[in-house]
Design a protein around this ligand. Sequence first.
Ligand code: AMP
Length: 278
Amino acid sequence: MTRVVRRRADLRAALDAAARPIGLVPTMGWLHEGHRALMQRARAADATTVVSIFVNPRQFGDPADLARYPRNEARDLEVCEAEGVDLVFAPPVEEVYPPGFDSVVSVGAIARPLEGAARPGHFEGVATVVAILFNLVGADRAYFGQKDAQQVAVIRRMAIDLAIPTEVIACPTIREPDGLAMSSRNVHLSPAERAAAPVLRRALLAAAEAWSSGERSAETLRERMRAVLSREPLAVVEYVSCADDATLAELDRVAGPALLSLAVRFGSTRLIDNEPLG
Ligand code: AMP
């Protein structure tokens, strides 16, 4: 049976009695196969699996984006139950940010490019809520999706720097059969936009293939992605990147592990995806 708690005190009480290791899967709900895969990893490795469901207002720059973020708690709880999750923490906003809350966790260089540049304040919101969740749950491990590669890097940095002993584990991106990375935001795509959206994956794979064939100019790889995306009229490109895997700084030449990534808008829906090289 999955138990649902909404208050910090109830979470603490439930965890006091819980078997270790504890695995945490932080989510914003509207759960899909990508979230399920994280739960399965936790279930396989940890004695107690905790899922948090919290649409974190502090990581949304645009109030309209927050307002339309999809929610269906009843269905999410069924998913957690089906995946054998022990405990769901689904707090109201004021339980995470009580009156007087006035702190921000701000991660440095790794949070600045890419999503950090495109969405000012986003990673402060993410790092702040994840630090709170890590401290509240005291998990031994926490599971995140590689789809949000920079988010994983930011959270790793945060946990190390703040001496939070939760191990951060990155899990592979789960995709629809046509290659589109699963995302809660996919529900906002019109049928035409949904049909066009796999172009993100095609662009990444075209550049990854060029790299496999020996291309090492990062600009040529970025150009490969732009060329594929430009053939899709509904795709409005926000950025394409070929960056150093460790720093996420843009590369001139790909000499070691790198990350191809992109952000593309379809109407009002913003999608991201990435592909590691090497
Ligand atoms: P979200 O609910 O979108 O904040 O995502 C919660 C967690 O699920 C994050 O660690 C995401 O990276 C991860 N996630 C989202 N989509 C996918 C996916 N398609 N495959 C794997 N993990 C994912």
